[in-house]
Design a protein around this ligand. Structure first.
Ligand SMILES: *[C@@H]1O[C@H](CO)[C@@H](O)[C@H](O)[C@H]1NC(C)=O
Length: 262
């Protein structure tokens, strides 16, 4: 009998959002059968469980967003925009960005005159705003697993920019993905990767990306590019460095400029 004292609405906090709780509670009150009461308590616990797990899910998303605001290379891409324009000039007319939070990059880049921006979001799109959903509905931003061939033809974009995504790929997939990025680009690929020692929130990363980032050194990357016959775009590298030095811009991520190789 003492179980009755547990008020289901109190258990749930705002039970009002779940329409049938009211009726269950009503039956339990009028019926003397303990079994109905137990079923009601069971249902409430189940609802409470679902409710709390969905709440904890969204707090993970918040943690990831915080991570993005801090050391993410996707936000670095946005800061680098003026320098990329200086380095690539006309090659900025059709840009594909590949990486988490691509909606924000696409929105920033499309504000530029003469720049058309497209995006691939390699991870789940969770908790995104109406603006991002609209980009997805228009097909400007696609959600695609970059471990597989990209849904674009050869040289579909003048420039491909990738941030954060390669840090989460093992060598096996890197061998597939990087040549794919080169294939769909006409004038080059710009790679933004984390630097070794960069602090990242591991827990949030694993829940979003499936594994912690592998932050590889600059010499590792250069060696890898040579082994996989990806050539450095020397002209773009030089222009990017000159423009950065001139304005004392110091990117917090490693930036590599590669040719498309065709
Ligand atoms: C990836 O490519 C590199 C360079 O071609 C090669 O040495 C390495 O064995 C490949 N790794 C895997 C796991 O396929």
């Amino acid at each position: 009998m003492s179980r009755r004292a547990v008020n289901p609405t109190r258990l749930l906090g705002d039970g009002g959002s779940i329409p049938f709780v009211g009726s269950v509670q009503c039956k339990a009150r009028t019926s003397p059968l303990l079994s109905i009461g137990l079923i009601a308590v069971g249902a409430i616990l189940l609802i409470g469980y679902c409710y709390s797990s969905s709440v904890s899910g969204s707090s993970d998303v918040k943690a990831v967003n915080k991570l993005d605001g801090g050391v993410s290379c996707t936000s670095e891409v946005q800061r680098a925009l003026p320098f990329l324009k200086k380095s690539y000039g006309d090659s900025m007319h059709k840009v594909l960005h590949v990486g988490p939070d691509t909606c924000s990059v696409v929105s920033t880049f499309s504000k530029e005159e003469d720049t058309e921006a497209w995006g691939i979001e390699p991870y789940e799109l969770d908790d995104v705003g109406a603006n991002c959903m609209s980009l997805v509905h228009k097909g400007i931003v696609r959600v695609a697993d970059i471990k597989f061939p990209l849904p674009y033809r050869e040289k579909s974009f003048s420039l491909v920019i990738v941030s954060d995504a390669l840090d989460y790929l093992s060598l096996r997939y890197l061998n597939i993905t990087l040549p794919e990025l080169a294939r769909v680009s006409a004038d080059g690929v710009v790679v933004f990767t984390g630097s070794p020692g960069q602090h990242r929130a591991r827990g949030a990363e694993v829940s979003k990306f499936g594994r912690p980032a592998k932050l590889r050194s600059s010499s590792w990357w250069i060696n890898y590019f040579v082994e996989t016959s990806l050539e450095e775009n020397e002209a773009a590298t030089k222009k990017f460095e000159q423009a950065s030095t001139k304005r004392s811009y110091n990117p917090s991520c490693q930036v590599f400029h590669l040719t498309s190789g065709h």
